[in-house]
Design a protein around this ligand. Structure first.
Ligand code: PEP
Ligand code: MN
Length: 362
């Protein structure tokens, strides 16, 4: 079976593949200046991205310059030699982009989530040999991502690259979109032949988070990055908080470390295995402790029922959460992590209490 590297090589790319450019094309000058600065500071950029049709969460914000930006991208290609990429969300976008000679089309997270939209794009692509990037869907659901992939493959498209940009979550974390690394790793395992890129910009949502996310992508053997860049990020018409100047992008990429293959270093492998064994033991212990905790919750459920006391006691929950946050702080854990874990434990605990609360004694 082909590897993801073979697939990229067949497209003329080496790993890691770097795609960069502004969130949105704003003016011809901004597009061309960003492209020229990229080539100057980050010459390994092979594909220039710019959104022309922007899927904004709420109406009223900048919704993209539309088809008038297509000739700007043609100029980028002529003047810099980079390939060009835009987001498409319907048949019209696909047709206009292909007529304008755009090389790569991407399906955004808000489109991957909808089988109707993906099917419309797939139908419009039928019979072409376009390269298509498929971003993960907004919701943390691997099957939606796979479904989009299948629709595009069924249209005869062979050059597909998957992009992990993180997932929405109702629990607030430091990320704009939660990584949920496991979903992407499951995808990598199911389809090791498909190149997988990380989009740290939409995942992090803030410049300060980009470096660590990119390093994780390298450590997890992703095939490349899709990162937003802008000549004046603070003044960007969309996603101002997360874009980097081409110069800052070049500097950040230089700080990333490409890890050497594990086979070179046998003692490293032994130490890693030993540490992983310890982690596995701790994980098992964690779940045994949680099981014990739930058994006590069941006893409390029974006691509350016998005394006709309601299960949810807000004051007690606030108090326990506060105590746990203090313990967690001493252990060097972040507050959002503790809150997230504790909400899940509390939810499970309520369910266990309720099971016994509703059981009659006879
Ligand atoms: C984008 O890449 O500009 C974009 C809108 O991304 P996403 O679909 O990941 O939100
Ligand atoms: Mn963006």
């Amino acid at each position: 079976m082909k590897t993801s590297e073979d697939r990229l090589a067949a497209l003329g790319f080496s790993t890691p593949l770097l795609i960069s450019g502004p969130c949105s094309a704003e003016t011809e000058e901004q597009v061309l200046e960003t492209a020229h600065q990229l080539i100057a500071h980050v010459p390994q950029t092979r594909v220039f991205r710019a959104g022309l049709w922007k899927p904004r969460t709420r109406p009223g914000s900048f919704e993209g310059i539309g088809e008038q930006g297509l000739p700007w991208l043609q100029r980028v290609k002529e003047e810099t030699g980079m390939l060009t990429a835009v987001e498409v969300a319907n048949q019209k976008h696909v047709e206009l982009s292909l007529q304008a000679g755009i090389d790569i089309l991407w399906i955004g997270a808000r489109s991957t989530v909808s089988p109707f939209i993906v099917q419309e794009i797939a139908d419009a692509l039928q019979g072409t040999d376009t390269t298509v990037l498929i971003k993960n869907p907004v919701s943390p659901d691997l099957s939606l991502w796979l479904g989009a992939l299948e629709r595009i493959e069924n249209a005869g498209i062979r050059n597909i690259i998957m992009v992990h940009r993180g997932f929405s979550s109702y629990i607030k974390t430091k990320y704009r979109n939660n990584p949920e690394w496991q979903i992407a790793l499951d995808l990598q395992q199911l389809r090791p032949d498909l190149p997988l890129l990380l989009d740290p910009s939409h995942m992090g949502g803030k410049r300060a988070l980009l470096f660590d996310l990119c390093q994780t992508a390298y450590d997890l053997k992703y095939d490349g990055l899709m990162v937003e860049s802008h000549i004046t990020p603070q003044a960007a018409w969309s996603d101002a908080e997360q874009q980097l100047t081409p110069q800052a992008l070049g500097e950040m990429l230089q700080r990333l470390q490409q890890k050497k293959p594990i086979v070179d270093r046998p003692e490293f492998q032994t130490t890693l295995t030993a540490l992983r064994t310890q982690i596995d033991e701790i994980d098992a212990q964690l779940f045994i402790s949680l099981g014990n905790r739930m058994k006590i919750a069941e006893k409390i459920g029974r006691l509350k029922q016998q005394n006709q006391v309601s299960i949810i006691q807000t004051e007690r929950w606030k108090e326990v959460l506060l105590q746990m946050k203090q313990v967690a702080q001493e252990q060097g854990l972040t507050e959002s992590f503790v809150e997230e874990i504790f909400k899940a434990i509390h939810q499970e605990s309520i369910e266990h209490q309720a099971k016994f609360y509703n059981k009659s004694d006879d």
